[in-house]
Structure formats: structure tokens, C-alpha cells
Design a protein around this ligand. Structure first.
Ligand code: PMP
Length: 363
């Protein structure tokens, strides 16, 4: 058909399953198992009656201010969007126009290649080393931009700040995006570098450490000049993306630092316990600075474990992709959820072992 040859064809990103039901344990999309700040709900409800008639504040000033205050920035250094996916897409559109390939790791957030395809941005995926760590040297050659998730997903590995700085300082001719969706669970943010490097932009989200994945809020922080370009593109696309209640709720959540810190600490403690349980069951994994662990077992195929768990209402993430087909990404849930998860997993491991699925091996 003639119209079809003019279609912008893309293979869309595949999000993790969102199963419904009471008796499930959902450890597949890196959501936070705890509720958001208690300030969120009242600000969603407590909206003056007339306000829904009006358009929201296109600048989301209240939220921008809360973020700027929290991180000691000027309001002109902050950009907000509908989840960090929206922010990242806008960054790709605005800054990756150089013609040279954009660089990111071969194992990383799979939306990066989707946006490149959508916006027709050339890219090169740089292989992580054999332990799934980023090789800094891969990002020191000419490029059209760089995007790094730090901690990386789905591996959880953290690139030290000194290595991030090496990459940013060696690439003054291109924009470097550091996607810090998981930074609050144990990493050192690259944020202090934005005053030193105009080409650096740091992206964070309310979806993980602030327990608000369903409300969809993300933000970017960078030099005033860079943020201005980003805003110009955004206001040329869709000005009213965040609704009035969401702007208020997110601003209130950002100001509740105590809840935020306690929330992160709980996850980090549970992650430590989960590491020990995985090790006892013979799983191998690298250190994670995120709210998930990326595990593999020397004897048990990941896909079979995934399907066994799924059959029992426990959802983890398995990626049908080269290099990581034998891995599972397990989000850290509550202690109770992890307890149940490990009971079921232990049952499986012992059952398979008793059939003599192989000898003991170590990582
Ligand atoms: N970056 C990374 C590395 C992620 O894993 C995710 C979550 N899928 C996102 C960005 C997007 O998160 P959100 O749009 O919910 O902020």
C-alpha cells in the first residue's frame, strides 16, 4: 500500500509485564515496594475545585523549585517531564543530531536503541567487559553523544564518579547523559559535575527511590544553557505534559527528604540480605548499587527458573537477549516478599538438584 512506505517504522520498547491480582509478588520492573511520602496523597486530593478547568503551569514551577532547593541548584538548571523516559526521549531529540554515532553499552536500558531508531540517530553499542562493567576507553573516541545508565540496568553495576568525569571531560564536543534512575540506592551522583561541564546532563526519576512510578515524573539537571535548549525543544512539542495534581504531589514528595532516605535505606538493607540468600543457593552476581540484583546460576537455566516462579505468581525479569539470556533481574521487594520469593526459589533449586542436574560449581 502506498501510504505504508511513508510510515516511520519502529520496533517498540517492551516494558515488563504488569500482571494484576492480589496473590502475586512483583519483582520484575524495579518499582519500589513501599508507599510514597505521606504528603503525596493529600496533595493529589486537595486541589481547589476550579483548578481542573485551567491548564497546568507549563513550567511546573512548584516542582522545579522543590528539585532546585533539594539539590542546591538554580531553577534554570532543572527540567521536568513525564517520567525519565519522557526526559530522556527529549534529550535524545535535542542533543543527538551530530551525525556521528551515539555511544552506549551493549547491555543497558534497551529504550536507548529504540529512541535512536525512532529519531534516526546512528549509534554504536559498546560491549561491556566479561563482568558486565563499562570500559571507559570505549567512550573516549569521537561520537555524536553518550548515554550511560549509572548504576547500569539491568546489571546494577556502578561506574565510579572519577570514570564518569574522565568520559565527560574527554567529550567536550558532545552531550553526555548520565541516567541515574537508580543512583539513590548506593551510588555517587554525577550532579556536582554539572557546574564544571556544560555538556553533562544528569537524569533522575520519582519512579524508584520515591515510589511514584505510577505518577510519572522524571527530571534532568544540567547547565542553564543546556536546559534552555531542552526546554525549547519541549515547548515545540507539547507544553502541558505534567498535570496540576502531579506537579503538586511530586513537589511535596521531593521536599520529604526524611521519608526518601528511610525508604532507600530499607531497600539497601533488604538487598544485603537477598545477596546472602542468593549466594547460599549457588547464584552468581556482581555487586549492585541499584534496587535489583542481576543473577545467574551455573547449573540452572534462567528461563526455567523464570517460568517456574511465574507459575507460582512470582514475577522477575528475564531478557531474551544475547549475553544475558541466562540471567534474571530481581527487584528488591519488601522483606516479606523476599522471604516468600526465596522459599519458592529454594524449593526449586533443591528439587532440581535432587534430580542430579549437575555437580556443585562455584561462581
Ligand atoms: N532509565 C533506566 C535505566 C530505567 O531502568 C528506567 C525504568 N524503566 C527508566 C530510565 C525510566 O523510568 P521512568 O520513566 O519511570 O522514570
Amino acid at each position: 500500500m502506498s501510504w505504508e512506505k511513508n510510515v516511520r517504522r519502529v520496533v517498540p520498547y517492551t516494558p515488563g509485564e504488569q500482571p494484576r491480582g492480589e496473590r502475586i509478588i512483583k519483582l520484575n520492573t524495579n518499582e519500589n515496594p513501599y508507599p510514597p511520602s505521606a504528603a503525596v496523597l493529600p496533595s493529589l486530593i486537595d486541589i481547589g475545585k476550579g483548578e481542573f478547568r485551567r491548564y497546568p503551569d507549563p513550567k511546573a514551577e512548584d516542582l522545579v523549585e522543590a528539585i532546585a532547593e533539594t539539590y542546591g541548584l538554580t531553577k534554570k538548571q532543572v527540567f521536568v517531564g513525564v517520567g525519565s523516559d519522557d526526559v530522556l526521549a527529549m534529550l535524545f531529540l535535542t542533543f543527538f543530531n551530530g551525525g556521528k554515532p551515539v555511544l552506549f553499552p551493549d547491555v543497558t536500558y534497551s529504550f536507548y536503541e529504540v529512541w535512536c531508531d525512532l529519531f534516526r540517530i546512528p549509534y554504536t553499542a559498546k560491549p561491556l567487559d566479561e563482568n558486565f562493567h563499562i570500559r571507559t576507553e570505549d567512550y573516549l573516541s569521537p561520537n555524536g553523544g553518550i548515554v550511560l545508565a549509572n548504576p547500569n540496568a539491568p546489571t546494577g553495576s556502578l561506574l565510579p564518579l572519577s570514570e564518569i568525569e574522565r568520559i565527560v571531560s574527554a567529550n567536550a564536543d558532545s552531550v553526555v547523559i548520565v541516567d541515574e534512575a537508580y543512583i539513590d540506592f548506593g551510588g555517587e551522583s554525577a550532579l556536582p559535575l554539572i557546574d564544571k561541564y556544560e555538556n553533562l546532563v544528569v537524569v533522575q526519576t520519582f519512579s524508584k527511590s520515591r515510589s511514584m512510578a505510577g505518577l510519572r515524573v522524571g527530571y534532568a539537571m544540567g547547565s542553564e544553557r543546556l536546559i534552555r535548549f531542552l526546554q525549547d525543544a519541549k515547548y515545540s512539542f507539547n507544553s502541558y505534559t505534567l498535570s496540576t495534581p502531579i506537579i503538586r504531589a511530586a513537589a511535596a514528595a521531593m521536599r520529604d527528604t526524611e521519608h526518601f532516605q528511610q525508604n532507600c535505606q530499607k531497600i539497601v538493607r533488604t538487598r544485603g540480605r537477598a545477596e546472602r540468600r542468593f549466594r547460599e543457593l549457588g547464584f552468581c552476581f556482581e555487586e549492585s548499587a541499584a534496587n535489583f540484583l542481576f543473577v545467574t546460576h551455573p547449573l540452572l537455566p534462567a528461563r526455567q527458573i523464570f517460568e517456574y516462579l511465574r507459575g507460582r505468581g512470582i514475577y522477575v525479569r528475564w531478557f531474551d537477549r544475547d549475553r544475558i539470556r541466562n540471567y534474571l533481574r530481581v527487584t528488591i521487594g519488601t522483606d516479606e516478599e523476599m522471604q516468600e520469593f526465596f522459599e519458592v526459589l529454594e524449593g526449586y533449586v533443591y528439587k532440581v538438584r535432587s534430580y542430579g542436574a549437575g555437580e556443585e560449581t562455584s561462581c
